[in-house]
Every structure is written in C-alpha cells, then in structure tokens.
Design a protein around this ligand. Structure first.
Ligand SMILES: N[C@@H](CCC(=O)N[C@@H](CS)C(=O)NCC(=O)O)C(=O)O
Length: 255
C-alpha cells in the first residue's frame, strides 16, 4: 500500500497534459522490447505530445505493458491510449487518409498488432528459447536465468491457447513470412503506410517490424525484413530516422 501510494504520488505529479509512459527498460539495439511500447512512444513523438518515461512499473491496470498516466488518469492498452490521446489533443495524423486508405492501413495495423506479434513472441520466447532475445537486452544475471525458464514454457502454452502455437516451427516461420510479405505489399513504394507522412498505423506497424529488424540479429526472422522484404527494412530505417533521430542515445549499453 505504501509503495503504491508512493508511486501514485509520483505518477500524478508529471505535470498537466504530460504523459507518463510506463514501459520496459531500454534495449541494446531497439529502444523497447515491447512493440506496443515503441508504438506509443512513436505516436507521442509524431503528435508532439510531451512525455516522460517510467521504467519501474511497466505493467499496468490490465496486467500488460505499456500503459500511461495522464492528468491523474491511467489508460491501458496501446490502441486505447492512441484513441484517448488522439481525441484529447486533437491529433490529426490520419487526416490526409481517404476512407478506403484508412481502412487498408487499419487492416495492416491489426495484422501487425494481433497476428505478427504472436509469430514474433512465439519465436522469441519459445522456439528460440530467448537465446537471441537475451543478447538484445541488458538484463542482470538473475533475469538471464529466470527469463528463459519461465517464458519458454509460458509462451508455448499461451500461443497454443491463442492458436498459433499448435503449428510446427517451420509453419510458424512461414506464417510470419506471409505477414511480412503482406505488409510489404500494402506499403508498396510509398515511404510510409500513411503515404508521404506516417499515420497512426505506422506507429503500430513500426513497433512490430522493429522487433524483427533490430531484436532478432543474425536470424532468419531478421532476414524476413532485411533480405526477403528489403522495402520493410528501408521503411524501418525511415521511421527510425524520422521519429527517433536520437535512437542511439536511447539505447542501453551492456554493463
Ligand atoms: N493489446 C495490448 C497488448 C500489450 C501486450 O501484450 N504487452 C506485452 C508486452 S509486449 C505484455 O505486457 N505481456 C505480458 C503478459 O501478457 O503477461 C496493447 O496493445 O497494449
């Protein structure tokens, strides 16, 4: 109770209209291991909303990361966060999209957040047993041992319940490949999913693709964007340069 009260006071003192983004610690090659946290941070930057980071309490009222506190209110789920902030700050990131275009990019967003995400976590935590993943983070000794121990079995079970986990490793890879090919098809030769400029869906798609681009080094999952769909790799670099010009400064360095 004392701890919660202490945190509450801290969360509520960020300042009027300043977002407190609760998320995991920075990674070595990508600012966040959570695609949803990267999505929210990208949105905050594109929408010019002032924000601070809290890395102490990454899990919010719905038991997931990320979540935000704004003006003493907690909001959980990245998409609900974007909905709230879009309305609260009258964000116009999608105003250039025509109805059909908006529907297509929303389909890409759902594909990334609700389908590609599962492929990536199935590979990262279960099929690869966290081996590559741990190289991308700066966890201490305890987490380096405990993380694979809990996450491997836990993710297998959860992906089986979700549906993807009943497939073989090769089938999961092929499903992931199809997702990437589809995203590359939707992107086409446009610089961003929103066209000349990033839209809301770009934040989500980038959050997910960034996990393949920077958090799967040396694997065939990384090659899905760097080799099989180089337009997606170029897209990731474009988003990184536009939204996170300070990317390298955000990264964690091994102790
Ligand atoms: N729909 C949620 C998904 C968030 C989510 O699944 N976050 C992961 C980290 S990437 C998480 O907190 N996992 C912990 C768990 O599910 O227990 C959102 O968009 O924010």
């Amino acid at each position: 109770m004392g701890r919660l009260w202490f945190h509450r006071k801290e969360w509520d003192s960020t300042g009027q209209d300043v977002v407190l983004l609760h998320q995991f610690r920075r990674g070595r090659f990508c600012p966040n291991l959570s695609p949803f946290a990267l999505k929210v941070e990208a949105f905050l930057r594109l929408a010019n909303i002032r924000y601070k980071i809290d890395e102490e309490t990454p899990f919010g009222p719905k038991g997931k990361c990320p979540w935000i506190t704004i003006n003493r209110e907690d909001i959980a789920d990245s998409e609900m966060v974007l909905d709230d902030l879009t309305e609260r700050f009258n964000v116009q990131l999608d105003s250039q999209l025509e109805t059909r275009e908006a529907a297509v990019v929303e389909s890409a967003r759902v594909l990334a957040d609700e389908h590609l995400f599962w492929c990536v976590i199935a590979w990262r935590y279960w099929l690869d047993g966290c081996t590559t993943f741990l190289k991308t983070q700066t966890f201490g000794r305890f987490l380096n041992i405990a993380f694979p121990f809990f996450m491997k079995k836990g993710t297998k079970k959860r992906t089986e319940e979700q549906g993807l986990g009943v497939h073989s490793p090769e089938e999961i890879y092929q499903i992931c490949k199809k997702d990437c090919n589809t995203l590359a098809g939707i992107l086409g030769d446009r610089p961003f999913f929103g066209g000349e400029n990033p839209c809301r869906a770009d934040c989500a798609v980038f959050g997910q693709l960034a996990q393949l681009m920077w958090n799967a080094p040396g694997t065939r999952y990384e090659a899905l964007v760097t080799v099989d769909n180089p337009s997606l790799a170029l897209y990731c670099i474009r988003m990184k340069e536009k939204v996170f010009p300070d990317w390298d400064l955000l990264l964690a360095h091994p102790k």
